[in-house]
Design a protein around this ligand. Sequence first.
Ligand SMILES: *Cc1c(COP(=O)(O)O)cnc(C)c1O
Length: 396
Amino acid sequence: MSQERNQYQPDTNAVRISIPKTDQMEHSSPMFLTSSFCFDNAEEMRATFADETDFNIYSRFSNPNVDEFVEKMCALEGAEAGFATASGMSAVFAGFMSLLKTGDHLLSARAIFGSTHTVITKFLPKWGIETSYFDMTDTAAGIEAMIKPNTRMIFVETPSNPGLEIIDLQLLADIAHKHNVILNVDNCFASPVLQRPIAYGADLVTHSATKWIDGQGRVLGGVVVGKKELIKEIYTFCRSTGPAMSPFNAWVLSKSLETLYVRMERHSASALTLATALENNPHLLSVKYPFLPSHPQYNIAKKQMSGGGGIVCFELKGGLQQGVRFLNSLKLLSLTANLGDSRSIASHPASTTHAKLSEQEREISGITPGLIRISVGLENVKDILEDIQQALDASK
Ligand SMILES: *Cc1c(COP(=O)(O)O)cnc(C)c1O
């Protein structure tokens, strides 16, 4: 893909970046469902294996559809390079395993995705990688004080899943760079449309493409983009260990990127409408949304995000049992373990995704008993709001 394809505004690049046309002159990129690629002769094959050409060899290493998706993600995030993986978790894992070794220390925010927490607490210690957590509300000095001589990476999710906690990326990048530590940001909730961590100094940006990037709940995918020399390590690790994104999923996800900007605008606008309308609902203790002035880190959100995103959280008055009754009273919203879909989704972390944690563990992760997470879809916001309101009335 030539450099000049990356010359436009990000929303144009998301639509227009594509692999070169074949002789058929197709308008839409075809799907390259092939495991391997051919060579004209032995010399060309030798040169390709010796890294003297950039021809494709095998789809575990690279594939045209995957390249197109990665190229777009790099353009959207303002990154030098990237590598796409089979899921968001394989992207998170590849980032850790390729850049951390026995004796290194990973400093992570406590408010992170459940499976990332499992990787950090259960698996990294098995390989002698030290880990510790800071709180999203810790002061810059407090976080800096947790950096050790062997700290190699800071990992953070902002806004966090599911608690929507937000941290100042610029501040974190300054701390990381002062100590020569890699800043790796899971940008899943904001998407590159609403937040570009590299512009604030992040070295790596990790995504679950399964969520807003797909946007229609169809395929799994993940991607890491960032500094060329770091991505090279991730590529080398993945090329041999095999978490490659399938060409089919890459084709789907690249098509999805064409509509990401218009979708995120609509998701954000509807979510803000919903959050504002629910703020004074008598059945709720609180409503949390990055672009509500009542959000504790509202000023940071306004500074580093161009929209609040599609997730709204609220706390029911009746706690755990009330959460279960609320889910049972919904008529339109789906009960499903995903987010970032065109269809609105409600989830109750305390009785589902975080049910295995102790009450105390949930509390320090910001999962209160009556916490409901709404992934605001593309339906008419009036219907979404009415369904939530009738379920709140019916379940009180
Ligand atoms: C879903 C999610 C992941 C994991 O992605 P998968 O595609 O499900 O593997 C990682 N981080 C965040 C913030 C997520 O929401």
